[in-house]
Design a binder for this molecule. Structure first.
Ligand code: ZN
Length: 298
């Protein structure tokens, strides 16, 4: 862990330089939401506030996400917030660890289905550097999570020597294996920095299978989904143009980054994930919050 001793300047925590507002509909609820992100100079981390539940806040790094299949959902005592993953991935990868987030609904807007709108919003107002050092989180030993369906996540401790990229603190190898014949098995591998996130991951949009739409809608999901915010594919074709040929696996990486952002600290590690989604990724956060002694901050 001598990396920062050799590189004189430790990174600092960041917040937004001024207020930024995001508005739009939730992909699942179809309801309109207004999200106001403000600088947090109180050093309380990333805190979600609901206008109807003052004082009943959600503090990132203190909550284990709910068991939900199609979005990342966190709960306060009296309210919940859904689909926070793309906003959280953006906080995570831009190094924003301090922010007050005020919401007036129960789902974060889907925008265009990717994280680009959040990235653009934060870059437009700029980031402000806090006095506090940015601490990274890494497991003390390699952690493995797996289930009978072939889903797995392996997280190896941060090791500067094993990472080829000079600046990446997080290296991800992700395998997606879809039953859809157009997607099949696809891979993403690389070191992630703010720049590589913006170029290669943030633009990747939410995707959905046309055949699953009636089932999702019958469960009250995907009510706001449209070709304007979701890459839709059937067994035969994509219904809209893709931003990357492998846009779907890149979006799975985006979701993973948003889910592990709930650790409350940026993750520094080598990750190998296979076929995971929100309901599986949450195990990583659960592990840290229930057994923090198995993790190290540096
Ligand atoms: Zn997503």
């Amino acid at each position: 862990m001598g990396f920062f001793k050799t590189y004189m300047n430790r990174p600092k925590q960041k917040t937004v330089a001024r207020e930024v507002v995001f508005t739009g509909i939730g992909v699942h609820s179809g309801s309109c939401a207004r999200v106001v992100v403000q600088p947090n100079i109180d050093k309380t981390g990333i805190v979600f506030h609901h206008k109807d539940y003052p004082g009943d806040d959600i503090v990132i790094g203190k909550v284990i996400p709910e068991l939900a299949m199609h979005a990342t959902v966190v709960k306060a005592r009296s309210w919940y917030l859904s689909t926070i993953e793309h906003l959280m991935a953006t906080f995570h990868m831009l190094g924003i660890t301090q922010a007050h987030v005020y919401v007036d609904a129960f789902e974060i807007p889907i925008l265009d289905g990717s994280a680009l709108g959040f990235v653009q919003g934060f870059l437009d107002v700029g980031l402000s550097v806090c006095e506090e050092d940015l601490l990274f989180l890494t497991p003390r030993q390699t952690l493995s999570f797996a289930d009978e369906q072939g889903r797995s996540i392996e997280i190896a401790p941060f090791d500067r020597a094993s990472l080829g990229d000079e600046t990446a603190m997080l290296h991800i190898s992700y395998v997606a294996d879809f039953s859809n014949p157009l997607l099949g098995r696809s891979y993403f591998e690389g070191g992630l920095t703010a720049c590589s996130f913006i170029d290669h991951i943030a633009p990747a949009r939410t995707f959905g299978f046309l055949e699953q739409l009636p089932m999702l809608r019958s469960h009250g999901l995907a009510r706001g989904a449209s070709l304007g915010n979701t890459v839709v594919l059937s067994n035969e074709e994509f219904l809209n143009d893709r931003r990357f040929e492998d846009e779907c696996v890149r979006h799975k990486v985006l979701d993973f980054l948003g889910d592990v952002a709930l650790l409350g600290y940026p993750l520094a590690a080598s990750v190998r994930a296979v076929k995971t989604g929100h309901s599986f990724n949450r195990r990583v956060v659960e592990h840290f919050l229930t057994t923090p002694d198995q993790w190290a901050l540096f």
